[in-house]
Design a protein around this ligand. Structure first.
Ligand SMILES: [Fe+2]
Ligand SMILES: [Fe+2]
Length: 266
């Protein structure tokens, strides 16, 4: 059997997406979807309700008045943001249980960065940018869950500059997070945009929709623990209308913004 299929099949918990995500995505697919249906998901789960209230009152969204009603909170955020937050919160245990507490945080940083830049440059819809950034490394969950100790070796090799992440994963797992993620996207029947992000965020030019893949690829590099300016595609930065010299500052803005959201949703 192909190694990627073997790895994905071997991780039992990942076969079914958490039901709350499935519910949220299915409601959004219906043309008659209403905020009430989405609100019902949130209100059914008390911890989600508390998180949404904390979030709308946080500096991240910056609404001027104090909001104590969950219905008002949801209508202020809007349906797509509510769906994105449900997904980000619901996938947190899956990403943290994978043994890599940093994976959820990294995903949130890329999500916030993509949302921020999409708002600033209008190169894509900002809500789609958020979920694109959030989901990009989902294949890493499979590798972590199948062998946590082995994945520690991957991280070690990357940290010590011995190999890039995909090369190290292939060495230890005979597969990589792009391959496992692409298979998950197929099994979960994720939308084409998200499947493309997962498959091409390390090689955006190969995608049929390169702009969103380039955005995720760029932000992914920008928010790494150690920022390496030479890793950035200068031509893409130019298309965003951003000066290369300003990247350090942009990184700081994105890091600060995402810390607010991470703290509220933790
Ligand atoms: Fe990746
Ligand atoms: Fe990443």
């Amino acid at each position: 059997m192909d190694k990627t299929i073997e790895l994905v099949n071997g991780v039992k918990d990942i076969h079914a997406m958490p039901s709350v995500i499935v519910k949220a995505l299915n409601i959004m697919k219906k043309p008659t979807a209403s905020m009430k249906e989405l609100g019902d998901i949130v209100m059914f789960d008390q911890s989600l309700t508390i998180k949404f209230l904390a979030l709308v009152n946080s500096a991240y969204y910056g609404f001027s008045q104090q909001i104590s009603s969950i219905n008002i909170a949801l209508s202020l955020l809007g349906m797509v943001k509510v769906k994105n937050i449900i997904v980000a919160v619901a996938m947190k245990p899956m990403m943290s249980n994978a043994g890599d507490k940093e994976l959820w945080k990294h995903s949130m940083r890329v999500a916030c960065g993509c949302e921020y830049l999409a708002n600033l440059t209008k190169i894509m819809d900002s809500d789609e940018a958020f979920i694109s950034g959030f989901i990009h490394d989902v294949g890493k969950i499979v590798l972590h869950m199948s062998n946590d100790k082995l994945y520690a070796k991957v991280l070690n090799a990357v940290e010590n500059g011995l190999a890039d992440v995909l090369t190290a994963e292939r060495k230890y797992f005979d597969s990589d997070h792009v391959k496992t993620g692409s298979l998950l996207a197929k099994r979960w029947q994720l939308p084409i945009l998200l499947a493309n992000i997962i498959s091409y965020h390390h090689a955006p030019s190969l995608s049929s929709i390169p702009v969103p893949c380039n955005l995720v690829c760029f932000v992914d590099k920008l928010v790494q623990p150690v920022f390496v300016p030479s890793s950035i595609d200068k031509d893409f930065v130019k298309t965003l209308g951003i000066d290369f010299e300003d990247l350090e500052e942009l990184r700081n803005v994105i890091m600060q913004k995402s810390e607010v959201l991470i703290a509220e949703l933790s």
